[in-house]
Ligand binder design. Structure first.
Ligand SMILES: [Zn+2]
Length: 264
């Protein structure tokens, strides 16, 4: 067989390979977009989550995740007015002996926050209500024990998806922080509405984007900061940082790590 006869065959093989690559990339993107978000509070969400690690890695979408488990530094709750700026993430955890003073937000919800944050949330809740918007509390304070159970469940679901135990422990941090590293463990953050990306399409989210900073709350985890926070974008998760800090962060589009100059 001469080379001229082989050329069309080679072209067909190359085109078929390109089509196969393109189709698999599209599937990867679709899988990533449709996967349910997991939270540190919602057991059901943890169980429902499908994590397609191989495909996601191929698309480059998890480059923001950690490559090893950090050993978090212990921090203490400041006694002065900077208490609301305490940084908690995979690199910083609160002393486990710290016990927050809690207040139920909106009677009957069974959802608690640090009493100082609860007071501010209630002000914001009432302001939204007068604009005919309900900021339904979905989750607040989470105990250390429950945090550990939720993290372990996330690890198990990643192992079930085919990852090694070690990889699962690292990657789980993108969805559920380890014990003592979550703002929920100190009642400093509240999940509002429902725990899914679709909350970003709700009137409550639009209201929060416009007004939350006036009450000292920030959207803690946004998609454009995942490389800094090492945490999935969570439009439902709002952290109290005080009015001045919230307004400054909003004006300059800074996440808490950037605002405090504590980057990892
Ligand atoms: Zn949250």
């Amino acid at each position: 067989m001469n080379i001229k006869k082989l050329l069309p065959l080679a072209m067909i093989i190359i085109i078929a390979m390109l089509v196969a690559f393109f189709v698999s990339y599209k599937i990867t993107v679709a899988v990533r977009t449709s996967s349910q978000p997991v939270t540190e509070e919602t057991t059901a969400a943890v169980e429902e989550t499908t994590v397609n690690t191989e495909e996601t890695t191929a698309s480059g979408n998890i480059a923001v995740e950690l490559t090893e488990i950090p050993t978090p530094k212990k921090v203490t709750m400041p006694a002065d007015e900077s208490w609301c700026l305490v940084l908690l993430n995979a690199y910083y955890k609160m002393d486990s002996s710290y016990e927050p003073q809690l207040t139920e937000v909106v009677e009957g919800t069974g959802i608690y926050l640090d009493s100082r944050v609860a007071e501010k949330f209630i002000q914001m809740y009432n302001a939204a209500l007068s604009d005919s918007v309900t900021l339904t509390p979905a989750s607040g304070y989470v105990s250390l024990d429950r945090q550990t159970r939720n993290y372990d469940k996330q690890v198990e679901s990643l192992i079930a998806s085919g990852l090694s135990e070690e990889q699962s422990k690292v990657q789980a941090i993108f969805y559920v922080l380890p014990e003592g590293c979550s703002e929920h463990n100190y009642g400093l953050a509240i999940d509002i509405g429902w725990i899914a990306d679709s909350f970003a399409d709700s009137p409550a989210y639009s209201w929060l984007k416009k007004h939350a900073a006036e009450y000292g709350f920030i959207e803690r985890y946004t998609a454009d900061k995942e490389g800094i926070t090492h945490y999935q974008a969570s439009p439902w998760h709002w952290r109290y940082v005080g009015v001045d800090a919230a307004k400054a962060m909003k004006a300059d589009n800074l996440c808490l790590e950037e605002y405090l100059g504590k980057l990892n």
